[in-house]
Design a protein around this ligand. Structure first.
Ligand SMILES: Nc1ncnc2c1ncn2[C@@H]1O[C@H](COP(=O)(O)OP(=O)(O)OP(=O)(O)O)[C@@H](O)[C@H]1O
Length: 567
């Protein structure tokens, strides 16, 4: 452009035609702008792609984490690694890379030209730059450290918010808004403090650029002056050298910028890598694709299983053994904390047993391809979680390929058809965060319908009927009885009515199976079972000798009215 402008001025002076040059000049301006904006676009796009790639990898791994890993970490913090930390990668991939490349090239070119003029003065300049550069390099880790702390604080904010929103009703009912807000504010304050600290160290790094050039200037002036006086170099060489020194400001600034941006990015990378290192379940896309539905009810055998949740915790199972041939209903009963729910966690292989063997269909669960094992199982958790989204999404969650006819059938079986009919939007009704717009009983029925839609060979129900009213409970009991004719059903039961329907009952106590048998057998033979039947089960059904009408409920809501159905 300057050359074209010069030619333009020359032509004007010589009264020549300027059209060609004007066109050339315009073309150069347009071309320059296009190249510049295209360059910026490519750079930003690359940065966004890096962020996307990091997020994809992270998301893919986080949803496959082993359950103990998730229990050891904070979901909110893990989320902030996907959302906030990955964003910081942009800085490294744009400013940092470009500054390092352009700054590095200009720096080298200037140094070469300076070396051609006077190697001695160059030595002086580099000496000063290296000295101050050394000091700056001490500052760099502090930027990384402060950024990491700031990002950790951002993770704490997410964790605190997740905790509050996860139990929003309890938060309000406990009047804990102010205290929880205070905790979040404190984390935000922490993020601010560390962010400011990072900014402080960055400004130290920046000001050192000016300092290094000024000190070099003084040193070159002194030593160069002496060399001019001694006749080693000419005064014009000294002047040119000093000018070059000022050309160094820009590349050195860019290099420092690149280095400090890199520190910020590396703090984020460290947190991302940390999340990536968490242990995931084995993945085998081929096995996932090839998951077929086996036939018939599955059998479950526990052989002297021992288990503890963590190495530093006591054992929850001390040699649990039982044998459940399919089909039929098996109820697990026992005092709270006996390890009943843990049995389900081990069958699903959420956790690995520390000793003994667990066989499903005669095959050790560790030898089953995980997707295949889980495809055979329908699981209704203790608190029957419903996910945000529509009812349809919730139902199809475990069986995305289910047909409308199958959904309808399952809705009728789970006695949800009436509920859906009453809703103006039917299956498209949005159920709110964790299904907060549904009643407790409705949530449980949705969870049961979801499990049934998976057409399991083994159904695990954890207190699945504990929040149902008498009519629905009776209906669901019929469903479960019906299902148990073809499917192996294991249920952690807290209601006598459910227990009495079971083909076999496993009584657990303190991490062991103390007895198995039918209700009648156990009432006669096992004192703990007799006591449980009398006191702990909800006396929902016909009073039995072991379950007087005034029986005290320890494990659930008020007793429901007597139910003649199970007499
Ligand atoms: N994820 C976990 N990490 C650590 N300890 C756990 C975990 N889950 C359960 N425990 C502990 O293991 C023990 C057995 O728990 P489990 O849920 O199997 O009992 P349960 O018999 O189903 O009790 P309930 O009838 O009250 O549901 C309890 O002492 C519990 O505190």
């Amino acid at each position: 452009q300057p050359l074209a402008a010069k030619a333009l001025v020359d032509r004007l002076g010589a009264d020549g035609s300027i059209t060609g040059i004007l066109v050339l000049l315009t073309a150069l301006v347009v071309l320059g702008t296009v190249i510049e904006s295209f360059g910026a676009y490519v750079l930003e796009r690359t940065a966004e792609s890096v962020v996307l790639a990091a997020r994809r990898t992270l998301i893919g791994r986080l949803l496959r984490l082993r359950l103990p890993e998730v229990e050891r970490t904070q979901p909110g913090d893990l989320m902030s690694r996907v959302t906030s930390d990955t964003t910081l990668l942009r800085a490294v991939t744009t400013q940092s890379v470009v500054s390092a490349a352009s700054g590095g090239l200009t720096f080298l070119a200037t140094i070469v030209l300076m070396a051609l003029m006077d190697p001695v003065l160059l030595g002086v300049t580099l000496g000063v730059i290296v000295l101050i550069g050394g000091a700056v390099s001490l500052v760099m880790p502090k930027i990384a450290q402060a950024t990491r702390r700031a990002q950790e604080a951002v993770g704490t904010i997410s964790t605190a918010l997740e905790r509050a929103f996860g139990a929003f009703r309890t938060l309000k009912a406990s009047g804990a808004e102010r205290r929880e807000a205070e905790a979040v504010r404190e984390a935000a304050q922490d993020a601010w403090r560390h962010g400011v600290r990072a900014a402080k160290w960055e400004s130290v790094a920046w000001s050192s650029v000016g300092l290094s050039v000024q000190v070099s200037f003084l040193a070159v002036l002194g030593i160069g002056g002496a060399r001019v006086a001694s006749g080693a170099i000419s005064i014009s060489t000294l002047v040119a050298f000093l000018l070059f020194l000022f050309y160094l400001i820009d590349p050195v600034s860019r290099l420092v910028e690149a280095a400090s941006q890199y520190q910020v990015g590396s703090a984020a990378i460290a947190r991302i890598v940390q999340a990536e290192r968490l242990e995931t379940e084995e993945t085998d896309p081929a096995a996932e694709q090839a998951v077929g539905q086996g036939d018939g009810p599955a059998s479950v055998v526990f052989e002297d299983v021992t288990f503890r949740y963590r190495d530093d915790l006591p054992h929850v199972h001390h040699g649990v053994s039982f044998d459940v041939p399919g089909p039929g209903m098996t109820a697990f009963v026992g005092p709270s904390g006996a390890g009943k729910t843990t049995v389900f966690g081990l069958i699903e292989r959420f956790y690995e047993a520390t000793g003994g063997r667990i066989l499903v269909d005669g095959k050790d669960v560790r030898e089953w391809p995980l997707p295949e094992l889980r495809a055979a199982i329908g699981y209704v958790e203790q608190d029957a979680p419903v996910l945000a989204g529509t009812l349809r999404e919730n139902l199809l969650f475990a069986a995305p390929d289910a047909t409308d006819a199958e959904v309808r059938e399952v809705l009728v079986r789970a006695r949800l058809d009436g509920v859906i009919e009453r809703l103006p939007e039917g299956l498209e009704t949005v159920v709110g965060h964790r299904g907060s717009k549904l009643s407790g009983g409705e949530r449980q029925r949705v969870a049961i319908a979801r499990a049934l839609l998976r057409k399991p060979r083994l159904l695990l129900l954890d207190e699945a009927t504990s929040q149902l009213d008498a009519v629905n409970e009776l209906a669901l009991r019929d469903v479960v009885t019906e299902v148990s004719r073809e499917v192996t059903v294991l249920v952690v039961a807290h209601r006598l009515s459910t227990v009495m329907l079971a083909d076999r009952i496993v009584v657990m106590d303190a991490g062991k199976v103390r007895a198995t048998g039918t209700h009648a057998e156990l009432v006669a033979s096992d004192p703990l079972y007799g006591e449980l039947a009398a006191t702990q089960f909800l006396a929902a059904s016909t009073p039995t000798p072991a379950s007087p009408p005034a029986a005290k409920s320890l494990s659930g809501p008020a007793p429901t009215p007597p139910d003649p159905g199970s007499a």
